[in-house]
Design a protein around this ligand. Structure first.
Ligand SMILES: [Zn+2]
Length: 376
């Protein structure tokens, strides 16, 4: 039997391999103490054997609550993923390895590869509705794409989506793929109508270096981008620096910064409660936007979520809070689950790439209803 993770986003350390038990540990993110993301391939599995795998240091991860009721993702072809029974006891994550095939992939969540990222930006570039701009280069020299959808004019409202500041949150790029597919579909009436009065600025992957490295939360220098928005640096957080510069240039009428949450098994957004300049008007708009989203999909809800910040205590280093404060418009952090949406669970697949894509399409419907109501 052989285990390796020497590929895009791969991440695992092998402690020992025996015929019936694989012992593993999760390496830390690059230049950081965070650990949680794993992704590896097992080869030469003995067919129909009894095989168990344990991750010995799961209890040292960034979010140990993420392992409660969590189920590991497995794929035979690195494309179609399903969940397997998993237990978490005394800091050790254990799961049965299927042995009906000789090779399989194992991951914390269904991955979204750099190759898929390039395919997404290439296909957007081939649409007449979209211009793909180079936002900047990442610290490791990779091009960071900004998709501008619709003809930018001063009369149009600007709608921003940023995703994958935390690179291990691969569901976020699936979400963007779904959104972009519908937005660039010229037969989609909602998108066509939205694009008459709105221009979309979309960054599918804010942290390409961390994604390729198989990190959960940081870039190659160990920097957590979602704490950089008050004072970003060209050297350490260029994606944030140039994104903020572009936002200052073209404005922000609506922002959604897309994330994944390890522990909470629901989709939810954060509120701007707690930013210093909070207006009653913004709170009313938040409420209405959430109502619209619930109206168009059963995957969104507003009960299970983070607690709001106390007045004046919002962390302005966080993207959505900084943008809400800076531009005085609706600005959300969206969180999707690593586990499942317990509101409509799928025991076999859990929350996954396809559901994230459908959810990304649904946000356009919510935006459409919100725009009709004059919310932004
Ligand atoms: Zn995140």
């Amino acid at each position: 039997m052989n285990i390796h993770s020497d590929f895009d986003a791969g991440n695992i350390d092998v402690v020992s391999i025996a015929p019936e038990l694989i012992q593993l540990s999760i390496p830390k993110d690059t230049n950081s103490d965070f650990l949680q993301w794993f992704y590896f391939k097992i080869s030469d599995v003995q067919i129909n054997s009894q095989l168990k795998a344990v991750i010995l240091n799961a209890g040292d991860s960034a979010y140990p609550d993420g392992w409660e009721n969590y189920r590991v993702n497995v794929s035979y072809d690195n494309e179609n993923w399903f969940r397997v029974d998993t237990s978490y006891i005394n800091g050790v994550l254990a799961f049965d390895v299927p042995t009906d095939k000789q090779e399989l992939y194992v991951a914390y969540f269904e991955p979204y590869s750099y190759k898929q990222h390039l395919a997404l930006t290439d296909s957007a570039a081939n649409s007449d509705l979209c211009n793909v701009e180079l936002l900047c280069n990442s610290p490791e020299g990779k091009p960071v794409a900004l998709l501008v959808v619709g003809e930018p004019t001063t009369a149009k409202k600007t709608v921003w989506f940023t995703a994958r500041q935390h690179p291990g949150e691969s569901m976020t790029e699936w979400f963007i793929q779904g959104l972009v597919e519908d937005l660039l579909d010229e037969t989609n009436e909602q998108s066509t109508t939205l694009l008459k009065e709105h221009c979309f600025y979309i960054i599918p992957n804010m942290n390409i270096d961390g994604s390729i490295a198989g990190n959960l939360r940081v870039n190659s220098l160990g920097v957590n981008y979602n704490r950089e928005w008050q004072n970003p640096s060209i050297e350490k957080s260029p994606e944030v620096y140039y994104c903020l510069q572009k936002m200052d240039e073209v404005g922000v009428d609506f922002l959604m910064d897309v994330h994944g949450d390890e522990a909470i098994p629901y989709n939810f957004v954060t509120s701007l409660m707690g930013i210093p300049s909070l207006k009653v008007d913004t709170m009313e708009k938040e409420h209405k936007f959430k109502q619209h989203w619930m109206q168009v999909t059963k995957e969104f809800q507003d009960v299970h979520k983070y607690e709001n910040s106390l007045p004046g205590e919002a962390n302005l280093k966080v993207c959505s809070k900084q943008i809400g404060e800076r531009f005085g418009r609706m600005a959300y952090t969206l969180e999707m689950p690593f586990k499942d949406n317990d509101g409509c669970p799928d025991l076999r697949k859990g929350w996954n790439g396809k559901r994230s894509m459908e959810f990304g399409k649904s946000v356009l419907k919510a935006l459409s209803l919100s725009s009709e109501e004059g919310l932004f």
